[in-house]
Design a protein around this ligand. Structure first.
Ligand SMILES: Cc1ncc(COP(=O)(O)O)c(C=O)c1O
Length: 394
């Protein structure tokens, strides 16, 4: 059966690896090696000259990492993929490959705090400008594109405000102008959203999150056209060097096998927790793409398989009330990651987005009482009960 005929859930388990080619090992072997031995000096020369296929040195490629990259490419519907040492290594490698001094990066109205920090660094040190746009209408997108725009960078759902961007709408406009569109697909995972199928050029992830799923790896991945990914591999990735370790690649291959079942459970739990929070008198606003009252609900219906496992909400009161609420939680852990088995809460204004200027935080909708909840895989009733007892104490 051809791989493309298989369902996504099946490809998560089988694609990119054939036991027959690895002495029958069911699980991809871990090639925990920094370098590869050549048969002779001439062969080493041929490999460096690109005249012969084969591994050289793990920063340039490794069979375990390659199995992961092939699986990601398959799941994202890209011709090729690359794995990195962190989500930020993926973001920076892609942006440094696309951006030029004097150029401009157009961003969604809200990006992860360290992406914001990277954009600032690129502006201050290399003269690469950036600006943010709500991207709510085609007019807004067209008006925000400059003659110097070298790339559009979108997060959707946006961390942590859960606003959505219509990827096809932006990709159609950018394509007319020949501008590549990069999507940070971390919040959805390849199971819930496929930006490449909507006309975007690169889909990248903090693989630390849902792709890993177990909170034990820091990693990034990016997928797109083979020609572009090869350019990234041979420049920003090879020369800046943010490559993943073979062991982390091996752990991700393990995590991906359960991505579909985990995501279904995250989504189901989040739906239940949304219903509980939505009715709670101490919750003053709630942001969840599966909420029919969410302004971008129609985009969620159109481009996401399900609304995901993240909910942001504000509590009645002040920053101190929000922090006191978090401190009262017993089962739910205070931690800044997401997509793990454990339910996690964080306070974006003082944690993940504390590096964003107060004015930009305001524009992004990150208030002092906003709490982000990554709904885990526990029984949803236990998550609800923990929230309930914490609310009772504030
Ligand atoms: C949306 C998003 N993109 C990128 C990153 C960066 O990923 P990493 O921490 O793996 O470098 C994060 C991390 O939280 C994130 O939430």
């Amino acid at each position: 059966m051809a791989e493309k005929d298989l369902h996504l859930e099946t490809r998560m388990i089988h694609s990119g690896y054939s036991p027959k080619e690895h002495k029958g090992s069911l699980v991809p072997p871990l090639f925990q090696t920094s370098t590869f031995v050549f048969d002779n000096a001439a062969q080493g020369g041929r490999r460096f000259a690109g005249e012969e296929d084969g591994y050289i040195y793990t920063r340039l490629g490794n069979p375990t990492i390659k199995a992961l990259e092939d699986r990601i490419a398959e799941l994202e519907g890209g011709e090729a993929a690359l794995a990195f040492s962190s989500g930020m290594a993926a973001v920076s490698a892609i942006l440094f490959t696309l951006a030029k001094s004097g150029g401009h990066i157009l961003c969604s109205q809200g990006v992860y705090g360290c992406t914001y920090g990277l954009l600032k660094l690129m502006e201050e040190n290399f003269g690469i400008a950036h600006s943010f746009s709500p991207m709510e209408t085609p007019e807004q997108v067209k008006e925000s594109i400059r003659d110097t725009t070298c790339c559009v960078f979108i997060e959707t759902p946006i961390n942590p405000t859960m606003k959505l961007v219509d990827l096809k709408m932006v990709a159609d406009i950018a394509k007319e102008k020949g501008i590549p569109v990069v999507v940070d697909n971390t919040f959805s995972s390849p199971y819930l959203q496929n930006p490449l199928a909507l006309g975007c050029d690169v889909s990248l992830h903090s693989a630390t999150k849902y792709i890993c799923g177990h909170g034990d790896v820091i990693a990034g991945v990016a997928a797109g056209k083979a020609e572009f990914m090869n350019k990234v591999a041979m420049s920003a990735q090879k020369d800046i060097g943010g490559v993943i370790s073979p062991f982390d690649a091996w752990l991700l291959l393990r995590g991906i096998k359960t991505l579909a079942v985990r995501m279904d459970r995250h989504c189901e739990n989040a739906k239940q927790i949304f219903s509980y929070l939505n009715e709670h008198p101490k919750v003053s606003s709630i942001h969840y793409p599966g909420d029919p009252a969410h302004p971008d609900f129609h985009i969620c219906e159109k481009q996401m398989k399900k609304p995901g496992g993240l909910i942001s909400f504000t509590v009645e009161g002040t920053k101190e009330t929000a922090q006191a609420f978090m401190d009262e939680l017993r089962l739910i852990q205070i931690a800044v990651s997401l997509g793990d088995a454990e339910t996690l809460v964080q306070h974006p204004a003082t944690m993940t987005h504390s590096g964003v200027s107060p004015e930009d935080r305001d524009k992004m909708g990150i208030t002092d009482t906003l709490i982000r909840l990554s709904v885990g895989l526990e029984a949803w009733e236990d998550i609800r009960d923990d929230l309930d007892q914490a609310f009772a104490k504030i």
